[in-house]
Design a protein around this ligand. Sequence first.
Ligand SMILES: NC(=O)c1ccc[n+]([C@@H]2O[C@H](COP(=O)([O-])OP(=O)(O)OC[C@H]3O[C@@H](n4cnc5c(N)ncnc54)[C@H](O)[C@@H]3O)[C@@H](O)[C@H]2O)c1
Length: 353
Amino acid sequence: MTILVSGGAGFIGGNFVLDWLAGSDEAVINVDKLTYAGNLDTLKLLEGDVRHIFVRADIGDREAICRLLMEHEPRAVINFAAESHVDRSIHGPGDFIQTNVVGTFNLLETVRAYWNELPADEKGAFRFLHVSTDEVYGTLEANDPPFSETNTFEPNSPYSASKAASDHLVRAWHHTYGLPVLTTNCSNNYGPYHFPEKLIPLVILNALNGKPLPIYGDGQQIRDWLYVKDHCSAIRRVLEAGKVGETYNVGGWNEKANLDVVKTICSLLDELQPRADGQGYAAQITYVTDRPGHDRRYAIDARKLERELGWKPAETFESGIRKTVEWYLANQAWVSNVTSGAYREWVSTQYGA
Ligand SMILES: NC(=O)c1ccc[n+]([C@@H]2O[C@H](COP(=O)([O-])OP(=O)(O)OC[C@H]3O[C@@H](n4cnc5c(N)ncnc54)[C@H](O)[C@@H]3O)[C@@H](O)[C@H]2O)c1
């Protein structure tokens, strides 16, 4: 048996592939376009492992994806591939529409054609799992209840609007064509192999490099943090037992203000790798102009996933953030490789422009 994962060289997809193959011998076809966010270094542990087949391709390339589906006959497709950074979506929304909306549409159409031709028993067992975000629900006021699966979609950024559009397409492909889909809407992830443009890895690396730790606005934007390996276990559980056509919210019950997250990282670094001058890392905190349309609060009600599928996160924020800081301290080579031009050069030599 085989599964096909798209976006498996990115942060969550990469962690998922590593986790999957640590616990199962079922092969993974890993399809990734290798944008700036995709890093094969994340998958180094799998070099020479016949259970992992990496293919550089765009989810929107129907011919390439069709070939892979026919050749490997996966029993499931898990779609992680996306443009995922809100700031980038503000400066250049086009790529977000192209990959998240048009790319998902093309992937759905390619998968539907493959699924239609499967023998009846395989057709019934097949799953298309779409990985999405809590940002599709918009923003919460301080006293609002957390987002449940029945909240309306009110996306506020080009990123969340493009993800909301893709969620709607996935839903429609089930209701119209019967494609056996599952959707997960997860809160903010953190953990190993996170590209250092996002808050947590950026703060760790800037702190260690003596750079300012930028805080948007007043730093009181609240996010509900989930350790990435808990997201991976939730996806595995939904794939295994989720009810076709349903969506499942995934979250860690860890609402934290951005400023508190940054201060926690500073304290951990003070303990694990103190500054040479004896000052605390918090001295590097700098306030910068807020992001336009910045959502104030996200929080996930993950009770459906717990009640129906028995999933719970294994990490608290305190245990997960300590593991994350320790991982970045122990893996500086990964960081310098993904942030250096050398990696991009290697990708274009290896795969062409
Ligand atoms: N990071 C989070 O906190 C978070 C939270 C909830 C949901 N999500 C969702 O999870 C998924 C993965 O997020 P992430 O943080 O790992 O993102 P990421 O940006 O780290 O990785 C995305 C991966 O997709 C690949 N990719 C981009 N466009 C592609 C295309 N057209 N075809 C094939 N591959 C392409 C990139 O090369 C990269 O490897 C996304 O769909 C995102 O919306 C992320």
